[in-house]
Design a protein around this ligand. Structure first.
Ligand SMILES: [Mg+2]
Length: 234
């Protein structure tokens, strides 16, 4: 029996990656006088990956990476007004209204009727709490966990704290690397619902993913049926 259904938030409940891609495009435009877009793109990703261990996930961390990339690619010639524009881009990202993915609200409402629901999201506490409040979905979830990384240990600790056996725990998310594979490694269930794009840092090669047993859905709308099957109701 599935006792707890946990959801990832970014690009599972609401759009996020779109916002980053849009900002990245504007960042490249801002610095186009200095370098080609491809070069800026590659360098920014490198900086982001390097900085994850220092600053974690989220918009503030992304902003520091944009500034660091800009300083590097201009060899320190970036102007104060350009740094200011980068900070304005970040502020705009933080102020962008939360846009739920299609079918999220009715599906969560349906599942909340007879399951314990929770959110497990990576990132900045303030940012994620703000988005959860803005999503108006908060009341359907018994628990929200904002974690710095999603490893098997993370999931094991959450299940233990909830006093749920891994076989009674299901995670739903768009990232194989964060929401699916570490969950399966704990002996729990996972449903992969891919988003329209995957951030390079979350990419998992097919031959690796194929070694794991998990469920696949095209939309969150398919989750209740998979849960019913797992519960042996059909
Ligand atoms: Mg996600």
């Amino acid at each position: 029996m599935i006792r707890v259904i946990a959801f990832d938030a970014d690009d599972t409940l609401w759009h996020t990656e779109r916002l980053y891609l849009g900002t990245k495009t504007r960042f490249m435009q801002l610095l186009q006088a200095y370098q080609s877009p491809d070069w800026i793109d590659a360098r920014l990703l490198e900086t982001e990956l390097r900085n994850l261990q220092h600053f974690g996930y989220g918009i503030k961390s992304f902003t520091l990476s944009m500034i660091e990339t800009a300083v590097e690619l201009t060899e320190g010639r970036i102007r104060g007004s350009e740094v200011h524009e980068i900070i304005a881009l970040a502020r705009e990202m933080l102020q962008t209204p939360v846009e739920l993915l299609e079918d999220v609200e009715p599906t969560i409402r349906q599942l909340a009727d007879d399951h314990r629901l929770m959110i497990i999201t990576k990132g900045d506490l303030f940012e994620q709490e703000t988005k959860i409040a803005a999503s108006r979905l908060g009341d359907h979830f018994d628990l929200v966990e904002v974690v710095s990384e999603k490893t098997p240990q993370t999931y094991r600790a959450i299940a233990a704290r909830l006093d749920v056996d891994p076989t009674g725990f299901l995670m739903v998310g768009n990232s194989l690397k964060s929401d699916v594979l570490p969950v399966v490694e704990c002996g729990a269930h996972a449903i992969h619902v891919p988003y329209e794009t995957t951030w390079a840092a979350e990419h998992v090669p097919n031959d690796v993913a194929n070694q794991y047993h998990f469920h696949r859905a095209h939309s969150i709308r398919e989750v209740p049926e998979i849960v019913a099957k797992l519960n042996g109701r059909r």
